[in-house]
Design a protein around this ligand. Structure first.
Ligand SMILES: C=C1C[C@]23C[C@@]1(O)CC[C@H]2[C@@]12CCC[C@@](C)(C(=O)O1)[C@H]2[C@@H]3C(=O)O
Ligand SMILES: O=C(O)CCC(=O)C(=O)O
Ligand SMILES: [Fe+2]
Length: 356
Protein backbone atom coordinates (compact mmCIF):
# COMPACT_ATOMS: atom_id res chain seq x y z
CA UNK A 1 0.00 0.00 0.00
CA UNK A 2 1.40 3.43 -0.88
CA UNK A 3 2.19 5.62 2.05
CA UNK A 4 0.88 8.87 0.69
CA UNK A 5 -2.08 10.11 -1.22
CA UNK A 6 -1.27 11.18 -4.76
CA UNK A 7 -3.06 14.43 -4.31
CA UNK A 8 -1.63 15.02 -0.88
CA UNK A 9 1.97 15.91 -0.31
CA UNK A 10 3.22 15.04 3.18
CA UNK A 11 3.00 18.54 4.59
CA UNK A 12 -0.36 19.66 5.73
CA UNK A 13 -2.42 21.98 3.52
CA UNK A 14 -4.66 23.75 5.95
CA UNK A 15 -7.72 25.08 4.16
CA UNK A 16 -8.10 28.64 5.34
CA UNK A 17 -11.66 29.82 5.49
CA UNK A 18 -10.99 32.85 3.32
CA UNK A 19 -9.95 30.39 0.58
CA UNK A 20 -13.30 28.62 0.68
CA UNK A 21 -15.50 29.43 -2.26
CA UNK A 22 -19.24 29.50 -2.16
CA UNK A 23 -19.46 26.31 -4.19
CA UNK A 24 -23.23 26.43 -4.53
CA UNK A 25 -22.96 29.13 -7.19
CA UNK A 26 -20.18 27.66 -9.38
CA UNK A 27 -20.96 26.68 -12.97
CA UNK A 28 -17.56 25.00 -13.58
CA UNK A 29 -15.34 22.93 -11.33
CA UNK A 30 -12.33 25.02 -10.28
CA UNK A 31 -9.01 23.15 -10.63
CA UNK A 32 -8.53 23.39 -6.85
CA UNK A 33 -11.54 21.05 -6.52
CA UNK A 34 -10.46 18.55 -9.20
CA UNK A 35 -9.09 15.19 -7.96
CA UNK A 36 -7.05 12.65 -9.86
CA UNK A 37 -7.73 9.74 -7.54
CA UNK A 38 -6.20 8.45 -4.33
CA UNK A 39 -2.96 6.45 -3.92
CA UNK A 40 -3.82 5.10 -0.54
CA UNK A 41 -7.19 3.74 -1.59
CA UNK A 42 -8.39 1.94 -4.69
CA UNK A 43 -10.60 3.81 -7.12
CA UNK A 44 -12.62 0.97 -8.46
CA UNK A 45 -16.22 0.27 -7.60
CA UNK A 46 -17.24 -3.21 -6.68
CA UNK A 47 -18.34 -5.19 -9.68
CA UNK A 48 -19.80 -7.88 -7.44
CA UNK A 49 -23.50 -7.26 -6.75
CA UNK A 50 -23.12 -6.77 -2.99
CA UNK A 51 -25.21 -4.60 -0.67
CA UNK A 52 -24.52 -3.76 2.92
CA UNK A 53 -26.67 -5.65 5.44
CA UNK A 54 -30.03 -4.18 6.45
CA UNK A 55 -31.00 -5.30 9.95
CA UNK A 56 -34.43 -5.02 11.52
CA UNK A 57 -33.94 -4.26 15.22
CA UNK A 58 -37.19 -6.10 15.97
CA UNK A 59 -35.72 -9.30 14.53
CA UNK A 60 -35.00 -11.77 17.35
CA UNK A 61 -31.73 -12.58 15.57
CA UNK A 62 -30.66 -8.90 15.49
CA UNK A 63 -27.75 -9.49 17.86
CA UNK A 64 -26.12 -12.17 15.68
CA UNK A 65 -26.86 -10.24 12.50
CA UNK A 66 -25.25 -7.10 13.91
CA UNK A 67 -22.22 -9.06 15.11
CA UNK A 68 -21.81 -10.61 11.68
CA UNK A 69 -22.22 -7.27 9.88
CA UNK A 70 -19.68 -5.59 12.18
CA UNK A 71 -17.16 -8.37 11.57
CA UNK A 72 -17.57 -8.67 7.82
CA UNK A 73 -18.45 -5.13 6.75
CA UNK A 74 -17.92 -2.72 9.64
CA UNK A 75 -21.21 -1.15 8.59
CA UNK A 76 -24.89 -1.94 8.25
CA UNK A 77 -28.27 -0.23 7.99
CA UNK A 78 -30.84 -0.50 10.69
CA UNK A 79 -34.64 -0.34 10.55
CA UNK A 80 -37.19 -0.27 13.38
CA UNK A 81 -34.71 1.86 15.31
CA UNK A 82 -37.36 3.90 17.11
CA UNK A 83 -36.29 7.35 15.84
CA UNK A 84 -39.33 9.16 14.47
CA UNK A 85 -39.27 10.11 10.82
CA UNK A 86 -40.45 13.60 11.71
CA UNK A 87 -37.38 14.21 13.87
CA UNK A 88 -35.05 13.07 11.07
CA UNK A 89 -36.90 15.23 8.53
CA UNK A 90 -36.88 18.26 10.84
CA UNK A 91 -33.13 18.02 11.46
CA UNK A 92 -32.46 17.66 7.75
CA UNK A 93 -34.65 20.69 7.06
CA UNK A 94 -32.88 22.78 9.73
CA UNK A 95 -29.57 21.75 8.25
CA UNK A 96 -30.70 22.84 4.78
CA UNK A 97 -31.67 26.20 6.28
CA UNK A 98 -28.27 26.54 7.94
CA UNK A 99 -26.27 25.95 4.76
CA UNK A 100 -28.58 28.26 2.79
CA UNK A 101 -27.53 31.21 5.00
CA UNK A 102 -25.19 33.77 3.41
CA UNK A 103 -21.49 32.82 3.56
CA UNK A 104 -20.63 35.87 5.74
CA UNK A 105 -23.06 34.64 8.35
CA UNK A 106 -21.78 31.04 8.27
CA UNK A 107 -18.21 32.30 8.60
CA UNK A 108 -19.16 34.06 11.83
CA UNK A 109 -19.46 30.60 13.39
CA UNK A 110 -16.55 29.00 11.58
CA UNK A 111 -14.46 26.28 13.19
CA UNK A 112 -11.27 27.56 14.64
CA UNK A 113 -8.04 25.66 14.04
CA UNK A 114 -8.13 22.09 15.26
CA UNK A 115 -11.64 21.27 14.16
CA UNK A 116 -13.57 22.65 17.08
CA UNK A 117 -17.34 22.98 16.72
CA UNK A 118 -18.81 25.22 14.08
CA UNK A 119 -18.91 25.74 10.34
CA UNK A 120 -16.11 24.52 8.09
CA UNK A 121 -14.45 21.75 6.16
CA UNK A 122 -13.90 18.30 7.65
CA UNK A 123 -10.61 17.96 9.54
CA UNK A 124 -9.23 15.60 6.93
CA UNK A 125 -9.25 18.55 4.49
CA UNK A 126 -5.85 19.54 5.84
CA UNK A 127 -4.31 16.34 4.39
CA UNK A 128 -5.06 17.22 0.79
CA UNK A 129 -4.04 19.91 -1.63
CA UNK A 130 -7.43 19.57 -3.33
CA UNK A 131 -10.60 20.86 -1.77
CA UNK A 132 -13.62 18.73 -1.09
CA UNK A 133 -17.00 19.57 -2.56
CA UNK A 134 -18.75 19.95 0.79
CA UNK A 135 -19.38 22.12 3.79
CA UNK A 136 -20.10 21.01 7.33
CA UNK A 137 -21.25 22.22 10.68
CA UNK A 138 -20.21 20.38 13.84
CA UNK A 139 -22.11 20.51 17.10
CA UNK A 140 -19.96 19.45 20.03
CA UNK A 141 -21.45 20.39 23.39
CA UNK A 142 -24.08 23.09 23.29
CA UNK A 143 -24.87 24.73 19.94
CA UNK A 144 -26.51 27.70 21.75
CA UNK A 145 -23.91 30.39 21.06
CA UNK A 146 -23.54 29.45 17.41
CA UNK A 147 -27.27 29.15 16.82
CA UNK A 148 -27.82 32.51 18.50
CA UNK A 149 -25.55 34.06 15.88
CA UNK A 150 -27.06 32.14 13.00
CA UNK A 151 -30.70 32.64 13.92
CA UNK A 152 -30.94 35.60 16.35
CA UNK A 153 -34.74 35.47 16.32
CA UNK A 154 -35.59 31.82 16.71
CA UNK A 155 -32.41 30.06 17.84
CA UNK A 156 -34.16 28.33 20.75
CA UNK A 157 -36.34 26.32 18.34
CA UNK A 158 -33.18 24.96 16.67
CA UNK A 159 -31.50 24.28 20.03
CA UNK A 160 -34.52 22.25 21.20
CA UNK A 161 -34.45 20.25 17.99
CA UNK A 162 -30.76 19.36 18.36
CA UNK A 163 -31.18 18.52 22.01
CA UNK A 164 -33.95 16.08 21.14
CA UNK A 165 -31.90 14.57 18.31
CA UNK A 166 -28.86 14.13 20.57
CA UNK A 167 -31.00 12.50 23.28
CA UNK A 168 -32.63 10.01 20.94
CA UNK A 169 -29.40 9.20 19.08
CA UNK A 170 -27.57 8.64 22.37
CA UNK A 171 -30.14 6.03 23.42
CA UNK A 172 -30.02 4.29 20.05
CA UNK A 173 -26.22 4.34 19.98
CA UNK A 174 -26.03 2.71 23.44
CA UNK A 175 -28.48 0.04 22.29
CA UNK A 176 -26.54 -0.67 19.11
CA UNK A 177 -23.26 -0.77 20.99
CA UNK A 178 -24.54 -3.35 23.48
CA UNK A 179 -25.94 -5.45 20.65
CA UNK A 180 -22.66 -5.36 18.75
CA UNK A 181 -20.62 -6.17 21.86
CA UNK A 182 -23.22 -8.66 23.11
CA UNK A 183 -22.56 -10.81 20.11
CA UNK A 184 -18.93 -11.07 21.28
CA UNK A 185 -20.05 -12.20 24.74
CA UNK A 186 -19.52 -8.79 26.36
CA UNK A 187 -22.02 -7.64 28.97
CA UNK A 188 -22.56 -4.37 30.82
CA UNK A 189 -20.38 -5.43 33.74
CA UNK A 190 -17.38 -5.74 31.40
CA UNK A 191 -17.19 -1.99 30.79
CA UNK A 192 -16.81 0.01 33.98
CA UNK A 193 -17.20 3.37 32.24
CA UNK A 194 -20.66 2.38 30.91
CA UNK A 195 -22.25 3.81 34.08
CA UNK A 196 -24.90 2.27 36.38
CA UNK A 197 -27.56 1.85 33.71
CA UNK A 198 -25.18 0.93 30.91
CA UNK A 199 -26.31 4.09 29.08
CA UNK A 200 -22.90 5.81 29.21
CA UNK A 201 -24.27 8.89 31.01
CA UNK A 202 -20.92 10.67 30.72
CA UNK A 203 -20.57 9.97 27.04
CA UNK A 204 -19.17 12.40 24.56
CA UNK A 205 -20.65 12.81 21.15
CA UNK A 206 -20.65 15.14 18.19
CA UNK A 207 -23.23 15.82 15.53
CA UNK A 208 -22.03 16.88 12.11
CA UNK A 209 -24.28 18.29 9.44
CA UNK A 210 -22.83 17.64 6.00
CA UNK A 211 -23.83 19.50 2.87
CA UNK A 212 -22.84 18.41 -0.64
CA UNK A 213 -24.18 20.90 -3.20
CA UNK A 214 -24.93 19.68 -6.72
CA UNK A 215 -21.69 19.71 -8.69
CA UNK A 216 -21.00 20.72 -12.34
CA UNK A 217 -18.35 17.97 -12.77
CA UNK A 218 -19.11 15.21 -10.26
CA UNK A 219 -16.67 12.66 -11.74
CA UNK A 220 -13.67 14.83 -10.91
CA UNK A 221 -14.91 16.06 -7.52
CA UNK A 222 -14.86 14.41 -4.08
CA UNK A 223 -17.54 15.15 -1.46
CA UNK A 224 -15.61 13.72 1.45
CA UNK A 225 -12.30 11.90 0.97
CA UNK A 226 -11.93 8.32 2.22
CA UNK A 227 -11.60 8.04 5.98
CA UNK A 228 -12.67 6.06 9.00
CA UNK A 229 -14.53 7.74 11.86
CA UNK A 230 -12.87 8.04 15.28
CA UNK A 231 -16.13 7.27 17.06
CA UNK A 232 -17.23 4.05 18.74
CA UNK A 233 -20.09 4.04 16.29
CA UNK A 234 -21.50 6.65 13.92
CA UNK A 235 -25.18 6.80 13.06
CA UNK A 236 -25.85 8.49 9.74
CA UNK A 237 -29.11 9.82 8.39
CA UNK A 238 -29.13 10.09 4.59
CA UNK A 239 -32.13 10.61 2.36
CA UNK A 240 -30.23 10.54 -0.94
CA UNK A 241 -27.29 8.41 -2.09
CA UNK A 242 -23.63 9.45 -2.07
CA UNK A 243 -21.97 7.39 0.65
CA UNK A 244 -19.62 4.62 -0.51
CA UNK A 245 -18.00 2.06 1.76
CA UNK A 246 -14.83 0.16 0.97
CA UNK A 247 -14.87 -3.62 0.89
CA UNK A 248 -11.25 -4.69 0.69
CA UNK A 249 -12.05 -7.71 -1.49
CA UNK A 250 -14.30 -6.00 -4.01
CA UNK A 251 -13.90 -2.21 -4.01
CA UNK A 252 -16.30 0.64 -3.27
CA UNK A 253 -19.95 -0.15 -2.63
CA UNK A 254 -22.64 2.53 -2.80
CA UNK A 255 -24.90 2.53 0.25
CA UNK A 256 -28.48 2.61 -1.05
CA UNK A 257 -31.20 4.65 0.60
CA UNK A 258 -33.47 2.20 2.39
CA UNK A 259 -36.70 3.91 3.48
CA UNK A 260 -36.64 4.75 7.20
CA UNK A 261 -33.24 3.14 7.75
CA UNK A 262 -30.19 4.66 9.42
CA UNK A 263 -26.63 3.78 8.46
CA UNK A 264 -24.39 2.55 11.28
CA UNK A 265 -20.60 2.64 10.89
CA UNK A 266 -18.09 0.93 13.14
CA UNK A 267 -15.59 3.60 14.19
CA UNK A 268 -11.97 3.33 15.31
CA UNK A 269 -12.93 3.14 18.99
CA UNK A 270 -15.11 0.05 18.51
CA UNK A 271 -12.28 -1.44 16.49
CA UNK A 272 -9.99 -0.83 19.48
CA UNK A 273 -12.53 -2.07 22.05
CA UNK A 274 -13.12 -5.25 20.05
CA UNK A 275 -9.35 -5.82 19.91
CA UNK A 276 -9.48 -5.63 16.12
CA UNK A 277 -12.38 -8.06 15.64
CA UNK A 278 -14.55 -5.36 14.12
CA UNK A 279 -12.93 -3.24 11.38
CA UNK A 280 -13.70 0.47 11.30
CA UNK A 281 -15.18 0.99 7.87
CA UNK A 282 -13.42 3.20 5.32
CA UNK A 283 -15.94 5.38 3.54
CA UNK A 284 -16.09 8.35 1.19
CA UNK A 285 -18.76 10.56 -0.32
CA UNK A 286 -19.36 11.10 -4.02
CA UNK A 287 -21.32 14.06 -5.34
CA UNK A 288 -23.84 14.41 -8.12
CA UNK A 289 -24.83 16.86 -10.84
CA UNK A 290 -28.41 17.59 -9.86
CA UNK A 291 -29.10 17.05 -6.19
CA UNK A 292 -27.97 18.97 -3.13
CA UNK A 293 -27.35 16.18 -0.61
CA UNK A 294 -27.60 16.73 3.15
CA UNK A 295 -26.69 14.21 5.81
CA UNK A 296 -26.56 14.17 9.59
CA UNK A 297 -23.84 12.14 11.31
CA UNK A 298 -23.93 11.33 15.03
CA UNK A 299 -20.48 10.37 16.38
CA UNK A 300 -20.80 8.38 19.60
CA UNK A 301 -17.59 8.42 21.61
CA UNK A 302 -16.40 7.40 25.05
CA UNK A 303 -16.34 9.74 28.08
CA UNK A 304 -13.59 12.32 27.51
CA UNK A 305 -11.28 11.37 30.37
CA UNK A 306 -11.64 7.58 30.21
CA UNK A 307 -8.70 5.55 28.95
CA UNK A 308 -10.14 3.00 26.56
CA UNK A 309 -8.37 -0.20 25.66
CA UNK A 310 -9.28 -3.54 24.08
CA UNK A 311 -11.75 -5.39 26.30
CA UNK A 312 -9.81 -7.92 28.35
CA UNK A 313 -12.33 -10.70 27.58
CA UNK A 314 -11.39 -10.36 23.91
CA UNK A 315 -7.66 -10.63 24.47
CA UNK A 316 -6.32 -14.18 24.78
CA UNK A 317 -4.42 -15.13 27.97
CA UNK A 318 -1.05 -15.15 26.17
CA UNK A 319 -1.76 -12.21 23.90
CA UNK A 320 -0.91 -8.53 24.12
CA UNK A 321 -3.90 -6.26 23.42
CA UNK A 322 -3.64 -4.97 19.84
CA UNK A 323 -3.83 -1.34 20.98
CA UNK A 324 -2.54 0.63 23.93
CA UNK A 325 -5.06 2.53 26.02
CA UNK A 326 -6.03 6.06 25.03
CA UNK A 327 -8.79 8.58 25.76
CA UNK A 328 -11.13 9.68 22.98
CA UNK A 329 -9.90 13.24 23.37
CA UNK A 330 -6.29 12.18 22.91
CA UNK A 331 -7.24 10.05 19.95
CA UNK A 332 -9.16 12.89 18.26
CA UNK A 333 -6.00 14.98 18.48
CA UNK A 334 -3.91 12.19 16.88
CA UNK A 335 -6.57 11.77 14.24
CA UNK A 336 -6.71 15.45 13.36
CA UNK A 337 -2.92 15.59 13.07
CA UNK A 338 -2.52 12.47 11.00
CA UNK A 339 -5.87 10.83 10.14
CA UNK A 340 -4.36 8.02 8.09
CA UNK A 341 -1.94 6.69 10.69
CA UNK A 342 -3.68 7.46 13.98
CA UNK A 343 -4.68 3.82 14.53
CA UNK A 344 -1.35 2.31 13.59
CA UNK A 345 0.44 4.75 15.90
CA UNK A 346 -1.33 3.34 18.95
CA UNK A 347 -1.00 -0.26 17.86
CA UNK A 348 1.07 -2.35 20.28
CA UNK A 349 4.26 -3.72 18.88
CA UNK A 350 4.39 -7.41 17.95
CA UNK A 351 2.62 -9.68 20.44
CA UNK A 352 4.66 -11.81 22.87
CA UNK A 353 4.55 -14.86 20.63
CA UNK A 354 6.00 -12.76 17.86
CA UNK A 355 3.23 -13.46 15.36
CA UNK A 356 0.65 -11.10 13.81
C1 LIG B 1 -15.99 13.98 16.91
C2 LIG B 1 -15.50 14.22 15.72
C3 LIG B 1 -15.22 13.19 14.70
C4 LIG B 1 -14.65 13.96 13.52
C5 LIG B 1 -13.98 15.10 14.23
C6 LIG B 1 -15.07 15.54 15.21
O1 LIG B 1 -14.58 16.42 16.18
C7 LIG B 1 -16.23 16.19 14.43
C8 LIG B 1 -16.15 15.93 12.94
C9 LIG B 1 -15.78 14.50 12.61
C10 LIG B 1 -15.25 14.34 11.18
C11 LIG B 1 -16.36 14.24 10.11
C12 LIG B 1 -15.74 13.98 8.75
C13 LIG B 1 -14.60 12.93 8.76
C14 LIG B 1 -13.66 13.16 9.97
C15 LIG B 1 -12.46 12.22 9.90
C16 LIG B 1 -13.30 14.62 10.01
O2 LIG B 1 -12.38 15.13 9.44
O3 LIG B 1 -14.23 15.30 10.79
C17 LIG B 1 -14.46 13.05 11.24
C18 LIG B 1 -13.70 13.19 12.57
C19 LIG B 1 -13.25 11.84 13.10
O4 LIG B 1 -14.02 10.88 13.08
O5 LIG B 1 -12.10 11.78 13.54
O1 LIG C 1 -22.38 12.28 4.34
C1 LIG C 1 -22.12 11.08 4.33
O2 LIG C 1 -22.69 10.25 3.64
C2 LIG C 1 -21.01 10.57 5.22
C3 LIG C 1 -20.51 11.60 6.19
C4 LIG C 1 -19.32 11.11 6.96
O3 LIG C 1 -18.70 10.15 6.62
C5 LIG C 1 -18.91 11.84 8.17
O4 LIG C 1 -19.53 12.88 8.50
O5 LIG C 1 -17.95 11.36 8.81
FE1 LIG D 1 -17.34 9.51 8.20
Amino acid sequence: MASSISNAPRESHTVHHHELLDITSLKDLPESYAWKGFDRFPMKDSTAPVTIPVIDLADPKAIELIGHACKTWGTFQVTNHGIQKKLLDDVEKASRELFALPMEQKLKVSETAGGLPGYGQARIASCFAQKMWSEGFTVYGSPLEHFRQLWPEDYSKYCDLYEEYEKQMRKLAAKLLWLSLGSLGISKSDIDWAGQTGEFETRSAAIRLNSYPSCPDPDRAVGLAPHTDSSIITILHQSTVGLKVLREETGWVLVPVVPDALVVNVGDFLHILSNGLYPSVTHQVVVNRTQHRLTVAYFYGSPPEVKVSPLSKLVGPCETPLYRSITWQEYLIHKSQDPYSALSKIRSSAPFNGSG
